[in-house]
Design a protein around this ligand. Sequence first.
Ligand SMILES: [Fe+2]
Length: 290
Amino acid sequence: MARETKFERFQIRQMTGTIGAEITGLDLARDRSPETMADLKRAIHRYHVLAIRDQKMELEDVHQVRAALGPFSGNPVHEPIDGYDDLMILNREPDETGKVIGEDWHMDLAWLAKPPGITMLYGHEVPPVGGDTCFTSLEWAYRSLSPAMKAMIEDFVVVHSGKGVLGQQYGSVKMRADVHKIASFEVEHPLVCTDPVTGERYLFVSSVIDRIKGFTPAETRPIIDYLFKVATRPEFNCRLRWAPGTLGMWLNPCVMHTAINDYPGYRRTMYRSTIEGWTPIAASGKRAAA
Ligand SMILES: [Fe+2]
């Protein structure tokens, strides 16, 4: 499965045979040239998850890298920090208990018409051990299906809904004052999509699927549950171990991710921003909803 590619502006090493790569030899506080950004985008469309090590970034640097990579995606859920509309802080204190944000397999803001294309997460303060993030490749999940299954789901359109998001509250993460509006958000996306850069197909499943268009909820569930099971198989996973100064980036619509809740007693402070993506493109050549 190895398909490592050479890059001139940094060193890259695959994390697994399917997904993820570690990047070293890059200082994004100094080099945000268009050529470097183009190489990072090429890398993220190929490996889907990047762990860019040994960065020294303040909030302003994260903002600048986001701006160099593309427009902000918008975020109708979380309150941005003062002075930046594109940044939020995910913080968990040592004495917090209960679920951590993003604890179940999900895609960020999948229920938007144009979900974020890239999510950036910077490790400002991370536990000495634990607090990793796991990812799974929806491209490899699609490839693994039988020709008959691929043919069956080729034209499926799936309704993703914001209504399940509101029930989740996570410690000190601030929600926007008008967050209740997302309960009525519903969007139709094709189930089998094409990456606009590579042309590769991926299975667009998320944790907020309400139904497959034309199917009853009872008919939908077993199909989506099966695809979810396939999509989270360990051979399609990688595990990002954070270190102080790690900037993680992932190609949000082509992966699902999950935060690991295994670091009680430690503070974890991450800076997050999201970059505009694309309107999902049906692999069958037809867009989902007008
Ligand atoms: Fe997330």
